[in-house]
Design a protein around this ligand. Structure first.
Ligand SMILES: [Zn+2]
Length: 141
């Protein structure tokens, strides 16, 4: 068992209102946090938010799923960030995941999630594709 997983509270980070986060790709197969059945359950335990909203600015949906995001304003920049955070999102915002960047509301808390080396390796091709798409101008930067 990795030492980091034992007895260490997850890192919770308060985001700035309007800060832009980018959904990550290739995390569908990421292993769930140890001891939790889902990422949203992990998020609720870390923040004590029982029924978090979708944190996309202007959205009135409920944060029913834990979206994997990187704290970067574009897919291009996200490709260079290694830390992943969980931010609750409604189904629409979570589904838009494919490289969608969005601004967050005031009061958004993101919970850092540890990723195994295997998960990171699995996500690399997706990050690479984002990079290529961004370079070809398919996504605004
Ligand atoms: Zn939403």
């Amino acid at each position: 068992m990795p030492a980091a997983a034992v007895g260490k509270a997850p890192k919770v980070k308060a985001l700035r209102p309007g800060q832009v986060v980018t959904n990550t790709l290739g995390t569908g197969g990421a292993s769930k946090p140890r001891g939790y059945s889902s990422f949203i359950e992990f998020y609720r335990a870390a923040t004590r938010a029982r029924d978090p909203p979708c944190f996309a600015a202007g959205c009135r949906g409920r944060g029913t799923s834990g979206g994997h995001v990187k704290l970067a304003p574009s897919p291009l920049l996200a490709a260079f960030k290694l830390s992943w955070y969980i931010v609750p999102a409604c189904p629409a915002h979570n589904k838009r995941s494919s490289c969608g960047s969005y601004q967050v509301k005031a009061g958004t808390l993101a919970v850092r999630v540890e990723t195994s080396l295997a998960d990171r390796v699995c996500s690399l091709p997706a990050d690479g594709k984002k990079l290529v798409a961004a370079a070809m101008g398919k996504h605004h930067l």
